[in-house]
Every structure is written in C-alpha cells, then in structure tokens.
Design a protein around this ligand. Structure first.
Ligand code: NAI
Ligand code: 15L
Length: 269
C-alpha cells in the first residue's frame, strides 16, 4: 500500500476527532474533515449527515483512505443507532467502494465484546478473536461495523482495520480505564500504523496503550507496526484512592465493558 496522504476524517467535530485533528497532521496527512455539525475553526470542513449519500460520495472522492469515527458513541435508542451507526456506516462503505477508496480505519469499540469477563491475574489476555458479546445496542452496531468491513474486504477488496478502542481520552478517569486507556498520542500512532501497514485485508485490533494493567492482547495491533509509548500506571494510585479497587462482585467492574454492561436500556428501545 502506498502511504496515504489525503485522508477523510469522519466525526471530526467529536472528542476523538478533535484529538486526531490535532495529532495526525504531524504524520504528513492532509485531512479532509466531515461531521454532522460544524468543526470549530475549520470553515472548509464538510458539514453533512452520513445518510446524505451524495455528500458522502463527494467527500470520499479522491481521498487515499478514510478514518471513520462518526456516529453515536454511547448507548442510545435503536432508531438513532440504526440511522447513524448501521445505515451511516453502510453508506460510508458504499461510497468508498463506488469511489475506489482502498483503505478504511474504522472505530469499533470494546463494547462489541463488552460482556467478556476481564482477565484475573495470571489469566491470558483477551484475544482479538474473542466472540462478539455486545453489551448494548451501541456495541451491537460496532459488531455490525466489523462484519460489514469483513464483507467489503471479501467481496469488494476494500481493506479495513477495525480498531476496538478502549477509552481514548486525555487521561484515564476510572479504575477500569487503567486497563483499557489509550492515550491520544498512542491513538495517533495506532491510526498511523493502520493507515500505512501493508495488506491488512480486514484486521481487528485492540486499541489501548501499553498499560501495566492491560486486559486485552495487542499482538495484532503491534503486527501493523504499532509501538505504544504510554502506560496508565502513573494515574493508578490517585484513581484507586478516589474510587477504590475493582469490586469482584460487581459486573460493571468484572466485564470489559464496565458500566455499559449494567446500565438499564434507554427508552424507547
Ligand atoms: P463523539 O460522540 O465525541 O463524536 C462523534 C462525532 O460523530 C460527533 O461529532 C457527531 O456529530 C458525529 N456524528 C454522529 N452522527 C453522525 C452522522 N449521522 N453523520 C455525521 N456525523 C455524525 O465520539 P468520540 O468519543 O469522538 O468517538 C469517535 C468514535 O470512536 C465513535 O465511533 C465511537 O463509537 C468510537 N469509540 C470511541 C471511544 C473513545 O474512547 N472516545 C471508545 C470506543 C469507540
Ligand atoms: C466507547 O465506546 C465510548 O464511545 C466512549 O465514550 C467510552 O465510553 C468508551 O467506550 C469506554 O468504554 O470507556
């Protein structure tokens, strides 16, 4: 794969999109920005819905690759998830296929497998081929995104790296996040590796830093060339003092997806 230069960033106005807009240009990318809402300080960003097929097709025209972050990023009603994450992601893949874009880096989530028990000390880390166990309708939409990526690779030759992101924020804010945190700097390193690795087909990777308390296996991410530089451990003492250790009797503490596992469904569903 020739190193992509022009990259469409969907969800550019969101939390992760804002972090990546700041970090990815240093790797040499020329970002084209897309979001449902205007992107602060960037008048040439494309403001459109993923379900506006014409706007999306125009947005992908001529880009070398797409980083797909747009969508509902938390649990919501089925109708909203269906529209943004399922139909919207389908439209993105169709636009990429029609315009000959060969590589998508797609934001999947730990919530696609959120019901997976966290490993106890001495257990093997959660492997990347662990079965889908969504913890929410949101997580289910990420399972769809991963399967859609597989279909578009097998049938149409569109490559995808599906990044099951843990928690990508400037700092970890819970004891669970000590295990799944991805620093913004490592996020940019992982997206860069996913954009530039050769022959990825459809590859699923876990997205986190090299945390001392890591719960999942980073082998497939490292195989792309990802070399994480950060570790959440410096935040551990303060977070444990504030929140206490993880409770072995609370599923929100013992399953990968945290409170998404135990939160009640959102009405209407
Ligand atoms: P966010 O909610 O801050 O940003 C999502 C962006 O997508 C928003 O700017 C929103 O306007 C846009 N969007 C929503 N529906 C759209 C539509 N129909 N058409 C066009 N744009 C639309 O979420 P965040 O945290 O930036 O996450 C980005 C992606 O990464 C999401 O797909 C999320 O599910 C995924 N992710 C994020 C994690 C994190 O730690 N931040 C963890 C796991 C997954
Ligand atoms: C996600 O998938 C969400 O988009 C993000 O806001 C966080 O809640 C993250 O997972 C997490 O599990 O911490």
């Amino acid at each position: 794969m020739t190193a992509p230069r022009t990259v469409l960033l969907t969800g550019a106005a969101g939390g992760l999109g804002t972090l990546m807009r700041g970090l990815l240009p240093a790797y040499g990318y020329d970002l084209r920005l897309f979001d449902l809402v205007p992107v602060d300080g960037t008048p040439d960003a494309i403001t459109a819905d993923l379900n506006d097929r014409e706007a999306l097709r125009e947005a992908v025209r001529g880009v070398d690759a797409v980083i797909h972050l747009a969508g509902i990023s938390l649990e919501s009603t089925f109708d909203r998830i269906l529209r943004a994450n399922i139909e919207g992601t389908y439209h993105l893949y169709e636009a990429a296929r029609e315009e000959g874009v060969r590589r998508i880096v797609s934001a999947s989530s730990n919530h696609a497998v959120g019901h997976t028990p966290r490993p106890l000390p001495g257990d093997p880390l959660i492997p990347v081929d662990t079965p889908h166990r969504p913890d929410t309708l949101y997580g289910l939409s990420k399972c769809f995104g991963e399967d859609l990526a597989q279909l578009y690779w097998d049938k149409h030759g569109v490559e995808t790296v599906s990044v099951r992101i843990g928690s990508c924020f400037p700092e970890p804010t819970s004891v669970r996040m000590l295990s799944v945190w991805m620093s913004p700097g490592d996020g940019a390193r992982l997206f860069h590796a996913a954009l530039t690795a050769e022959a990825v087909g459809h590859t699923v990777v876990h997205g986190s830093s090299a945390n001392t308390r890591l719960w999942w296996d980073l082998t497939s991410a490292r195989a792309l060339g990802y070399a994480p530089q950060d570790d959440s451990e410096p935040y551990a003492a303060k977070l444990i003092a504030e929140h206490g250790e993880l409770d072995p009797d609370n599923p929100a503490h013992t399953r990968l997806g945290g409170h998404f596992v135990t939160d009640p469904p959102i009405w209407p569903h």
